[in-house]
Design a protein around this ligand. Structure first.
Ligand SMILES: [Zn+2]
Length: 145
């Protein structure tokens, strides 16, 4: 309440046609703009926004890839945990289509490990290989790190 009264007094003493606005940098502070295109409290706030926004755009693709890696890892975990059951024996085999419908993508992984003719794709906590069964269905074999 006190704050609101104080603002009113300020407005009466310094009448301005431009209304108070929230600084664009995201700091959450109100300020009194001098011009219509005055969007930041000062240069520091402008610089902060410019630098962080630029950095965000620059790293956007990295953030997107990391998201798919984390999602892949989560999906492997889900199917590993639900299929390992009381068998407690690796690997877990699933239809690749089922993981794909969960959002799994074979496009992104953090590494490849080749053992003989087999190629293992690595995620954070799990790794997998893909092969086709006799019915030509794509099977994913999941291992825990
Ligand atoms: Zn600010």
């Amino acid at each position: 309440m006190k704050k609101r009264i104080k603002l009113k007094e300020e407005e009466e003493h310094f009448p301005s046609p431009i209304r108070q606005r929230v600084c664009k940098c995201g700091c959450g502070h109100d300020f009194q703009p001098n011009r219509k295109d005055h969007l930041y409290i000062n240069k520091q706030h402008y610089d902060f926004d410019y630098n962080t926004t630029k950095r965000k755009i620059k790293n956007k693709h990295i953030i997107e890839v990391e998201k798919t890696l984390r999602l892949n890892n989560r999906i492997l975990e889900k199917h590993y945990q639900s299929n390992i059951g009381n068998k407690k024996k690796e690997p877990v085999r699933c239809y690749y289509e089922i993981l794909k419908s969960d959002g799994f993508t074979s496009k992104n992984y953090i590494g490849v490990s080749e053992e003989g003719t087999e190629k293992f794709y690595l995620l954070y906590d799990y790794y997998y290989l893909l092969f086709r069964n006799k019915s030509n269905q794509l099977i994913i074999e999941i291992y825990k790190n």
